[in-house]
Structures are given as C-alpha cells and as structure tokens.
Design a protein around this ligand. Structure first.
Ligand SMILES: Cc1ncc(COP(=O)(O)O)c(C=O)c1O
Length: 502
C-alpha cells in the first residue's frame, strides 16, 4: 500500500528512505499526522533514523550494560507487558524482586538473622535509590531533632565534590544543603578526615562513593566509619553513612571480598547499587538496601489498597516495567558468585591491558586506580597543541565514544578521557582502541606540525605587512598574533579532519 496524500502541514518533516516503498510523503516531525501508516513503514522509518545513533557496544562512556544473553533477552520481551505495580496480579514478579533484595542485602553483609527478611526496594536506577535513602535519613534526623526540641530546618549532607549529579538533584529538590569536600590535583575522591571535620549537628548523613564516577576510585569507607565513630562519641551525635555503590556494589563483593565498605561497618545504614551497571542488566534497575527496618522510617512507607490488597511501597513513581527486575533475578541465579567474580576479574584484567597500552604511548598520565571500578581515566601530559576534547572528537571517526570532561571545582583545570570496561569490552577491543588512540595522536601531531609552519609563515607575513604599511609592526608581541592565528587555523583544520568517514 502506498500513501500518496501529504501527511504533513508542517515544514518540519521526516523523510523516509526504504519506507518510500510504502509511504511517498514525508511525516510531520513534531505533530501527529492525520493518517495512519503501515506498520512496516513505521518500523522502517524509525529504524532508518536510529541508524544514526552510536553503537552502544562501542559506547565506552557508559557504565550501563549493553549486552545480555539471548535467554535473558527473551525473558525481558516475554514480560515487557507486565506492570510491576500490579503486585497482586503478578505475585511471582513481586516475589522475584524480594529475592533480589535479599540476595543483594546478604551480598552487602546486612546483619540479618536466619529467617529475617531484608529491607530494600527495586528502583529505576541509583538516582531513585539515592533519593529514597536521602529521604529516610532526612526524616530520621528530623524526628530526632524534634524529639530534642531542636530546630530541624537546615539539614545538610557531607559528600566529596566528586558526587554524581543525582546527589545535587536530591539536595535541591528536597532542600538539603550539600556540603562538598573539595578535590585537589592528584586527589579526586572525598578525603574522610576533611569530611568528618565538616560534619555538624545538622548533618543527616555522610555519603561515600564506592566507585567514583570520575575515575572509578573507591573512597575509604572504613576510615570514614572509624573517624565518624570517634566524632559521634565525642559529640553525642549519631551521624550515619550512606554508601553510593552505584558501580562498585556489584564489583567489590566479588573481587575485593576483604574490603570493608558495607554493612560490616556499623555506621553504614543504607547502600544503593545500580543493577544496570555492573549488576549486568539493561538500563532501568537500581536497588536501595537498608541495614535494618529501624533505618527506614515507617511513615515513609505507603500502604496502598490497590486492586484489593495492601501494598507497602516506598518508591517515587507508581507504574513501571517488570522486565528489569526479572532480568536482575536471571543474572543473580545464572551467574552466582562464581560467574560475577569471573566477569569482574575479566573486566579488571582488560582494564589493566588498556592501561598498559595507554602508558606505552607515553603521552598520558593515568588518573584511575587499579583497585576500583574497571575503567581507565587518563590525561594528556602536554596540552600545547591539542586537548583531550580533540582526541575524543577524533576517536568518533573510528566509532569509539570516549568522553572527555573536566574535573569538578578546585581540580577543574584537569581534563580526562575515560574508558569504562564492561563485560562486552574484550581484550581485542582494548588493543584495537590503543592502536586507534595512537593513530589519532599521530594525526593530531602532523596537523599541529603543519599548523606550526603555517602559523610561522602567517606571523612573519603579518609582521612584514604591518612594517610596510605603518613603518613598524602594530603588534608588539608575536604571541598575540600567534594565539589568534592558532585558534583560527585549529578550528579550520580540526573541522575538516573530524568530518571524515571511517
Ligand atoms: C557514583 C554514582 N552514583 C549514582 C549514579 C546514578 O546512577 P543511575 O544512572 O543508576 O541513576 C551514578 C551514575 O553514573 C554514579 O556513577
């Protein structure tokens, strides 16, 4: 069937490629069209447009899972039409969520008796989990302050300046001051000593990160716990700790089991983890786990009489898909401790291969640590001719998506490139990436060598011209001219270089 009528009254339209077999006219981009189109056409139009997205497997910017086994893909598709919130209708899905909460709580060493159920909830990601944990701390602190007849209108959280944006969101949306421990060159995580110094009576919790977003480094939760215990003893406060284990929560238990960062430390009252990061599930699942039920104020739990049953819920949204919960359960039983350990060890080994390859190029400083989230963060030693942003830009031509970003305040003069090693990033890809980084550097070097010749010529031409026209050069410093010319030429040259197809 071919539609021949104009479907759009807007200038802004989508033109189809193969879908022209079914639809001759273009579709409006921002308004619904009056007419229906055949399903094949709708599929083809969207599929054609999506081809322009990057390849998720080559997206080295993201911690989020991009590959799962076909059996799990099938389970996901089979449950894609189940609304998670219909717990009475889908009791098995609810049961699977509860099993996941319990398994993860045990993994994090929650102090649970033999028949005691863990306290936790599945969320859309770590961001929702962090908001829920933050609300629990805020409410507990308010209750405590009210009981002591003290003011409770100025709550704060102490974190490192390296916290992920979801902490800033929580602080702004829920009116809690974020007191950030500053970073400095060479030290990109929260310093526990400084954090504890910043704690006051209004601190609802100190948030430590197990796997900083910026460089994968684990913060020293044990030291933080010990220092805070001492301060609590002196002050009589009982400031608790939350661990943001978005990435590290599914890494540390398997490859650093001796590392004490979780509920083994008495002040750790809640932990979040992203199921969709190293929990190995596609985007859309996170977990918030509390140490005990006393740590989650009862008044935050809603008991909804929905479709005939009492449902206790503590989430920000209502409806959501069930697939991700089922997929998490699949990974936990399919892989077991052994499977996760193998995968995390493999990721760490591939990170080392990549790190060694990058070190051999001898042009970068490594700013990530061997112990932490498997990733390599690196910074150019010499920024005279180009920056990490240029490298990131040029790597796109090979299909690689490698982000470049500046560090937060007080270390913002440091720019890094970061490659996250996920399960689907093989050793062969690591070696290939090193080769492609070397190619990019070679190209940038040769571009900047040609630029230098051009710049020198332009400077002397300019100088000559000024002398001829004015009897002297108007510009006193060659540097002034040089900077202007460098910027112009660099923009021109890089624009042509990065438009190439690879
Ligand atoms: C340390 C940390 N916390 C929280 C988040 C937010 O996680 P999510 O994307 O699961 O909401 C991230 C995401 O990268 C993170 O790295």
């Amino acid at each position: 069937m071919v539609l021949s009528k104009t479907a759009s009254d807007s200038d802004v339209s989508i033109h189809s490629t193969f879908a022209s077999r079914y639809v001759r006219t273009s579709l409006p981009r921002f308004k619904m069209s009056e007419d229906s189109i055949p399903k094949e056409a709708a599929y083809q139009i969207i599929n054609d447009e999506l081809m322009l997205d990057g390849n998720p497997r080559l997206n080295l910017a993201s911690f989020v899972t991009t590959w799962m086994e076909p059996e799990c893909n099938k389970l996901i598709m089979d449950s894609v039409n189940k609304n998670y919130v219909d717990m009475d209708e889908y009791p098995v899905t609810t049961e699977l969520q509860n099993r996941c909460v319990n398994m993860i709580a045990h993994l994090f060493n929650a102090p649970l008796g033999d028949s005691e159920a863990a306290v936790g909830v599945g969320t859309v990601g770590s961001s929702e989990a962090i908001v829920l944990a933050g609300l629990a701390f805020k409410r507990k602190w308010q209750n405590k302050m009210k009981a002591q007849d003290k003011s409770c209108d100025k709550p704060n959280i102490v974190t490192g300046a390296n916290v992920q944006v979801c902490w800033e969101k929580f602080a702004r949306y829920f009116e809690v001051e974020l007191k950030e421990v500053k970073l400095s060159e060479g030290y990109y995580v929260m310093d526990p000593t400084k954090a504890v110094e910043m704690v006051d009576e209004n601190t609802i919790c100190v948030a430590a990160i197990l796997g900083s977003t910026l460089n994968g480094e684990f913060e020293d939760v044990k030291l933080l716990n010990d220092l805070l215990l001492e301060k609590n003893k002196i002050t009589g406060w009982d400031t608790p700790i939350h661990v943001d284990a978005a990435s590290g929560g599914f890494i540390a238990p398997f490859i650093y089991p001796e590392l004490e960062w979780d509920f083994r430390l008495p002040l750790v009252k809640s932990i979040n983890v992203s199921g969709h990061k190293h929990g190995l599930v596609y985007a859309g699942i996170g977990w918030a786990i509390w140490r005990t039920k006393e740590d989650l104020p009862e008044e935050l739990i809603f008991h909804i009489n929905y479709l005939g049953t009492d449902q206790p819920t503590f989430t920000l949204n209502f409806s959501k898909g069930s697939s991700q919960v089922i997929a998490q359960y699949y990974q936990l039983i399919r892989l077991g401790i052994e499977g996760y350990r193998n995968i995390m060890e493999n990721c760490s080994e591939n990170a080392i291969v990549l790190k060694i390859g990058i070190e051999k190029i001898d042009r970068f400083n490594i700013v990530s640590k061997d112990k932490g989230v498997p990733l390599v963060a690196f910074s150019l030693k010499d920024h005279t001719h180009y920056t990490e942003f240029d490298i990131s830009h040029m790597l796109r031509r090979f299909g690689w998506i490698v982000p470049a970003y500046t560090m937060p305040a007080d270390a913002q003069h440091i720019t890094v490139l970061r490659v996250v090693i996920r399960e689907d990033f093989s050793r062969t890809l690591a070696e290939r990436l090193v080769l492609d980084i070397s190619k990019v550097l070679k190209e940038l070097d040769s571009t900047s060598a040609k630029l230098t010749v051009k710049i020198n010529k332009q400077i002397s031409d300019n100088y000559e011209k000024q002398v001829q026209e004015n009897g002297k050069a108007l510009r006193n410093t060659k540097m002034e001219t040089q900077i202007e010319v460098i910027n112009k030429l660099k923009q021109m040259e890089l624009a042509t270089k990065t438009n190439g197809i690879c």
